[in-house]
Design a protein around this ligand. Structure first.
Ligand code: THU
Length: 130
């Protein structure tokens, strides 16, 4: 699995987004050390705060399936699913990822042409830890 394939999986996942309120579609693809990929999309709710982000859907699906070791995540988003500017994970998703993923895990933010690459630590320095 290379980065461009993971990018494609995130784009594919974005198609399932349920976003009737914001019209903003997000997809995420999380690559595990096992080689498996778990995907997620944002799922909105009429009671807005019930909405869940694509990244956490992907992460929690993986964790619920028993995965604990993660290698990379690709994230894509845009109004009506159009890829315009890179969609960076929200703060809550960064903290959720920090619970399970190594600080040097690659976070790929999908662009029209390819992706921008960050580490989780670059996006969330000094994450909360107990
Ligand atoms: N959203 C995500 O799926 N991931 C993020 O990291 C940021 C925001 C979703 C939530 C909501 O459905 C829509 O984008 C607009 O906020």
């Amino acid at each position: 699995m290379n980065a461009l394939e993971l990018r494609e999986k995130a784009i594919e996942a974005m198609r399932a987004a349920y976003a009737p309120y914001s019209g903003f579609f997000v997809g995420a693809a999380l690559l595990c050390k096992s080689g498996r990929i778990y995907t997620g999309c944002n799922i909105e709710n009429a009671s807005y705060s019930v909405t869940v982000c694509a990244e956490r859907v992907a992460l929690f699906s993986a964790v619920a399936a028993g995965e604990r070791d993660f290698e990379a995540i690709a994230v894509v988003g845009g109004k009506n699913g159009e890829i315009d500017s890179p969609c960076a994970p929200c703060g809550v998703c960064r903290q959720a990822l920090a619970e399970f993923c190594p600080k040097d895990m690659k976070v790929l933010l999908v662009t029209k042409e390819g992706y921008e690459e960050y580490t989780l630590e670059a996006l969330l320095p000094k994450s909360f830890e107990l």
